[in-house]
Design a protein around this ligand. Sequence first.
Ligand code: CU
Length: 188
Amino acid sequence: MGGGAATTVAAALVVAVVAWAGVASAAVYEVGDTVGWTVMGSPNYTAWAESKKFHVGDTIVFSYNKQFHNVMAVSKGAYKSCRTANAMATWTTGNDSVVLNTTGHHYFICGFTGHCANGQKVDVPVLASSAAPSESPAATPSSGTKPSGGATAAPSPQPNAAPEALAGRAVAATVAASLLSLAAAVLA
Ligand SMILES: [Cu+2]
């Protein structure tokens, strides 16, 4: 029965396209923009973060000289006091991609002595997926404070997941394309 096969293919096609669209909407942000991740010149990372709208699935990239800096994902309390003990994750390559996997605030600091205290720290508030890009200022109070406990999201167990995300995007696009041609063949 061709109808059943066509229906199955069409259903798979919808799933693939939806999945592909979700991946494709993810954005990549360079922390500090052209300035990068540094303490020189005292970049204002608060202003940088406030100039963006981060969504689940987006990636932030820390670019820096690894001789002088690193990146640590920390709790809200550690962020405020620049405490490097008990960091949830540490990146040290000098070009670190961090996928924002969960909503809420993600806190990052440089672990080198004095750098966080001199402003090398960033609070990245992450909204729900941008699949339906909607402006809802009422839903995001600027105070941004949440009850402690749920405020800090655990970082990805695989810190450098960006290449995989890119590969996943390519695979999804390929699958969608092949399903499109398959559906066309079945429905023809
Ligand atoms: Cu530093």
